[in-house]
Design a protein around this ligand. Structure first.
Ligand SMILES: [Zn+2]
Length: 629
């Protein structure tokens, strides 16, 4: 019933969006404008940022100087507006002359606009430098400051950033919009025994001195600015690839991610040369909120994919694939994020297919498709368009993971229509054409139309492409992925539940973690406690160190209120900080009808080891659960 009501609302909105007079003004998005930034980047644009920052673990702050090279686009403009969040600014110089500045009121999502009035005499000047002396707040939303006890080694503090989507503004005053691309350099001062790394030209041979210099010569959007400081060491994987992490995780990481160099070579063969020099991985402490973050030249990776058997390395394929889609060709605004995540999800599954075979790639495609179907029941239809024409509330939340999975399916459907022999060169041409630019969904659509749809007529129409971009749900001609192994897992889950097969006949040890997850997700809803106990004792779900199996199992434990596994569930919630692994368990617990209070208690107890972004995401989950969403 609820789904039908929502669908009706969506169709009304879409119908309305074609009829401007019938739509309230706030529903129409100015498609080219990034409404998640205050910056007047149509009047002034930043080309380069130089940072000189001291990393102070005692005060939990970065402090120093940011120098922005600015170019004037509008000769009449007199004020520069930058994005900030909780920054403390001591003074601003424009070409060496002190400039007046003021903040707007705090916005809970956007932070504060910083208005800088250009000193008199600069009206005719087209290029100038803004020098901003500032420090960050200990609560900066991009930064996590870990005490030694929350690191693998337990002896040294650790700090890392997560700028996407709109958190760079909490550690650097800047034009925080993906439509502006910048090069950057940085001098970073740290305690002498720690190493700093950035999304830049990390040199594996850098001496550990506490004084580090970085340069990023390719222009990147601000959400790819990244830094980490800790007891970090390096080990090579291949000629261009290596691992940075704490010494305690170095051996496990080099083994787990040994396929990285091969992945890079495979991707370069299909989609054109890798454009960024080195590609290294930084394996972070457990509180890293995401699976991975595609910071250029240095992907930030959760340690939760250290499964010991390379079974979760599709994450590396994903972050690496961003070197083409996302980092090289970026989304112009956050409504275009599917160009980044959807195309990358398509590419990562192609890489997995070459490296680990079609069966495994298909298993992952089916899991992604099932997640998409689930997402369609949870995400408001107005946000189900790949490129929504209504305003998003929050770039980190509104679409869930729908833009990844629906975007992937869109490309797989087109791939099927044209064949890989046509579709692969098309994508390579697309990456070349828009290299180091930020583009909108409409620019993609026009390029697609001209170079594929019209060039190869009769296979896939512009109207069909627009259906994916602007309408909710999934078209009925979508290419549905299929996996024999997952079908078997699903069949056996049902057959075991009704007593047709015994646990001994379930080949769990032969299955990939994806098949195990699929088995768990397809267990019927009416299992009794003895049956859940039989599964747990036969397959060791509560004790597994495979984070994906653990996640799937504890969601079921929480949903079904299977109390014998609650202690192990608490261990899971304390072991991982990655939002994907813990938020759905908390939410399932809060929604099972009896354990809302317990969910809040467990969260309160574990919270100090979570990243601010994870905390916010779980709190949003709790609030939605409270409203019955
Ligand atoms: Zn991604």
């Amino acid at each position: 019933m609820r789904v039908i009501t929502l669908l009706l609302t969506a169709f009304m909105l879409i119908a309305c969006s074609q009829d401007e007079e019938a739509v309230p003004q706030k529903e129409i998005v100015d498609l080219g404008h990034d409404y998640f930034s205050f910056a007047n980047s149509d009047q002034f644009v930043t080309s380069h940022i130089a940072l000189d920052l001291t990393v102070d673990f005692e005060l939990r702050e970065l402090r120093g100087l940011a120098t922005l090279n600015m170019q004037r686009l509008d000769p009449t403009a007199t004020d520069i507006i930058l994005d900030t969040r909780d920054l403390h600014i001591d003074g601003i110089l424009v070409n060496g002359t002190e400039a007046a500045f003021e903040y707007s009121e705090q916005d809970p999502v956007l932070g504060q606009a910083l208005k800088i009035t250009l000193p008199a005499g600069l009206e005719q000047q087209s290029d100038f430098k803004l020098s901003i002396h500032y420090k960050t707040d200990p609560t900066a939303s991009a930064l996590q400051w870990l005490p030694p006890e929350l690191t693998a080694g337990g002896e040294h503090p650790y700090m890392f950033s997560q700028s996407q989507s709109i958190h760079a503004r909490s550690w650097i005053p800047l034009q925080d919009t993906p439509s502006v691309r910048i090069t950057y350099e940085a001098n970073i001062h740290t305690p002498a025994n720690l190493l700093a790394v950035m999304s830049a030209d990390n040199d594996p041979l850098t001496p550990r001195s506490g004084e580090y210099h970085f340069n990023m010569p390719q222009p990147i959007p601000s959400y790819l600015l990244a830094i980490a400081v800790g007891n970090i060491y390096f080990a090579p994987i291949g000629a261009q690839t290596g691992i940075y992490t704490e010494p305690e995780m170095l051996d496990a990481s080099t083994f787990e991610f040994s396929s990285t160099q091969k992945m890079l070579e495979t991707a370069s063969e299909i989609y054109g040369p890798y454009q960024w020099g080195r590609y290294d991985l930084l394996i972070l402490p457990p509180s890293f909120p995401y699976g991975g973050m595609e910071n250029p030249r240095l992907s930030f990776i959760t340690p939760s994919v250290l499964a010991g058997d390379q079974s979760l390395v599709s994450l590396i394929a994903h972050e690496l694939a961003h070197s083409w889609s996302g980092n090289m060709v970026s989304n112009d605004t956050w409504r275009d994020i599917w160009l980044n995540e959807g195309i990358t999800s398509y590419l990562d599954s192609r890489l997995m297919e070459v490296l680990f075979g079609e069966d495994r790639a298909n298993e992952e495609r089916v899991i992604s498709y099932r997640d998409l179907l689930q997402g369609l029941t949870e995400i408001s239809p107005v946000y189900q368009a790949l490129a929504p024409t209504v305003r998003l509330d929050d770039p980190d939340e509104s679409q869930g993971s729908l833009h990844y999975k629906k975007g992937q399916l869109f490309l797989e459907t087109m791939e099927e229509a044209f064949g890989r022999e046509v579709f692969d060169p098309f994508l390579t041409g697309y990456f070349n054409h828009f290299a180091f630019q930020s583009i909108s969904s409409e620019q993609f659509l026009d390029y697609l139309d001209e170079n594929l749809l019209t060039a190869q007529p009769g296979k896939f129409s512009r109207e069909q492409a627009e259906q994916w971009l602007y309408q909710p749900g999934v078209p009925d001609y979508a290419r549905i992925p299929h996996s024999e192994t997952l079908d078997q897992a699903e069949r056996l889950a049902g057959a075991w539940a009704v007593g047709e097969v015994s646990v001994d006949n379930i080949p769990m040890s032969d299955w990939s973690p994806h098949a195990a997850v699929h088995f768990i997700n397809n267990l019927p809803s009416d299992l009794d406690e003895d049956q859940l106990g039989e599964l747990d004792s036969s397959f060791g779900f509560s004790a597994t160190r495979n984070a994906e199996i653990s996640r799937a199992w504890f969601i079921q434990v929480a949903k079904r209120r299977y109390q014998p596994a609650y202690e192990a569930m608490e261990t899971h919630l304390n072991r991982y900080g990655r939002t994907r692994l813990i938020k759905p368990v908390y939410v399932a617990l809060a929604k099972n009808g009896d354990d809302t209070e317990l969910a809040h208690q467990l969260f309160k107890a574990a919270k100090s080891s979570y990243h601010p972004l994870t905390i916010t995401a779980i709190e949003i989950g709790f609030n939605k659960a409270k409203q019955g969403l």
